[in-house]
Design a protein around this ligand. Structure first.
Ligand code: ADP
Ligand code: MG
Length: 349
C-alpha cells in the first residue's frame, strides 16, 4: 500500500485556495473531444454532438461512507471516482468527464490531498475520463467528497432499470460479496490495532477481498464486452447496495417478477472461506453485502448464445410475471421472497 513518507507536511493555508487547486490539478489533461474547456474558467464547457448525456453524482462523508483509519487516501480518491463511473456504466454509457468537490478541515496537510488526487488521477487515466472542474472549501471537521460524472450514449444503447420482460435472463458480472467480507477483515484488524498498536496484521490471505473493499473497479470492460458481443441488455443496474435490493429495483421498475437461483450466485473461494471464518452465510453476504460495483442486467433469451461461457458473466436467474414476485430459489429448491435486506426469513431478527 502506501509507503511512510517521513517528510515535512505542508499546511493548506500556505498555498491558498487557488494555489491549492492549481497544484492538485496541474497534471490532469483533457482527452475527450467533448471536453472543450476544463478547469480554469467559471464553468467547464462540453460539446456532445448528438448523443444523450448521462449525469450522476455521489456525496461521500468521512465517518459515514469511509473510514480513514484503514482507507488510504489514494484508495479513497480512486474509489470515489469508481462509485460514480459505475453508475454511468450501469446506463450502458461511456464515461467522459468528472468534477470533484472537496471540503477538508485543516487537520489535512497538502500531502494528504496529493495522495487523494493521485488516486483520482489514476482512476481518470485507467478509465479515460477528463477531470473538468470542481470546488474546494474548508470544513470544520473531517472530509467530504462529492464527485459528479458525465457520460454519453446513443439513444439505442441507453439502458434503464425499467426494460426487463418476463423470461429475460438475469445476468451478473464478476463475483459478489467480496467487498463486504473485506470490510469485515478491516474492521476486525482495526479492533485488534486498538488493543495492540504494535500488532502488524498479515492480510495476505485476504488480499482479494480487502482489495475489493479498498480498490473496487467499475465495469467499463463489461459495457465494452456487451457492445462487442452485440448484446443490448433490456435493463441494467450496478450493485452498490447488495444483489437483493438491486434485483428489487429492476423488478419494481420493470413491473416483472424474478427467480434468483442460490446455487448460481458467483462467490470467490476466498469469500466462501472468510464466510466460514466469520460464521456468515455466503448467500446472505452476496444478497445484502453491497459495494461490489458489478453490473446486474437482463437480456432477451435469444442473446444467451452470445454471452454463454464468458468467464466474466453468470446467468443467475430469470424474470417472471409480476404476480410471481421476486424470489430466491434455494439449493433445497424452496422459494423465499427476496427483501431489500436479503430474504424474508432474516427480517425477523
Ligand atoms: P469559483 O469561484 O467560480 O467557484 P473556483 O476558484 O472554485 O471557481 O475554481 C476555479 C477552477 O478550478 C474552476 O474551473 C473549478 O471547476 C476548478 N476547481 C475548483 N476546485 C477543484 C477541485 N477540487 N478539483 C478540480 N477542479 C477544481
Ligand atoms: Mg468554487
Amino acid at each position: 500500500m502506501l509507503e511512510d513518507k517521513n517528510q515535512e507536511k505542508t499546511a493548506l493555508e500556505k498555498l491558498g485556495e487557488f494555489g491549492l487547486i492549481e497544484h492538485l490539478t496541474q497534471n490532469f489533461s483533457l482527452n475527450h473531444k467533448s471536453s472543450v474547456k476544463g478547469i480554469g474558467d467559471d464553468a467547464a464547457v462540453l460539446d456532445y454532438s448528438s448523443n444523450k448525456i448521462v449525469l450522476t453524482t455521489d456525496l461521500l462523508i468521512e465517518g459515514v461512507h469511509f473510514d480513514l483509519s484503514y482507507m488510504p487516501l489514494k484508495h479513497l480518491g480512486y474509489k470515489s471516482v469508481m462509485v460514480n463511473l459505475s453508475d454511468v456504466y450501469a446506463m450502458n454509457a461511456k464515461a467522459t468527464q468528472i468534477t470533484v468537490s472537496l471540503a477538508v478541515s485543516n487537520r489535512f496537510p497538502l500531502e494528504a490531498l496529493e495522495e487523494l488526487y493521485d488516486g483520482i488521477a489514476l482512476a481518470c487515466k485507467m478509465f479515460n475520463v477528463d477531470l473538468v472542474g470542481g470546488d474546494t472549501t474548508s470544513s470544520t471537521k473531517g472530509m467530504l467528497i462529492s464527485i459528479t460524472a458525465l457520460g454519453e450514449a446513443t439513444d439505442e444503447k441507453l439502458t434503464y432499470r425499467s426494460g426487463a420482460k418476463p423470461n429475460d435472463l438475469l445476468v451478473v458480472s464478476g463475483d459478489l460479496g467480496a467487498a463486504y467480507m473485506g470490510l469485515q477483515v478491516l474492521e476486525r484488524e482495526k479492533e485488534v490495532f486498538k488493543v495492540n498498536p504494535n500488532n502488524q496484521p498479515d492480510l495476505s490471505p485476504y488480499s482479494y477481498i480487502v482489495e475489493r473493499q479498498l480498490k473496487p473497479e467499475a465495469r467499463k470492460d463489461i459495457v465494452e464486452l456487451l457492445e462487442k458481443l452485440e448484446v443490448k441488455p433490456t435493463s441494467m443496474i450496478d450493485i452498490s447496495d447488495g444483489l437483493s435490493s438491486e434485483i428489487l429495483h429492476l423488478t419494481k421498475q420493470s413491473n416483472v417478477g424474478c427467480n434468483l437461483f442460490e446455487e448460481k450466485i458467483p462467490l470467490d473461494p476466498t469469500v466462501i472461506s472468510s464466510c466460514e471464518e466469520f460464521k456468515m452465510d455466503g448467500t446472505m453476504v452476496a444478497l445484502s453485502g453491497g459495494e461490489d460495483y458489478e453490473l446486474l442486467f437482463t437480456i432477451d433469451q435469444k442473446d444467451f448464445d452470445n454471452i454463454k461461457g464468458n468467464p466474466n458473466l453468470t446467468v443467475i436467474g430469470h424474470m417472471t410475471e409480476v404476480s410471481e414476485g421476486a424470489n430466491l430459489v434455494t439449493r433445497a429448491n424452496t422459494k423465499i421472497p427476496l427483501t431489500a435486506q436479503g430474504w424474508n426469513s432474516f427480517s425477523d431478527d
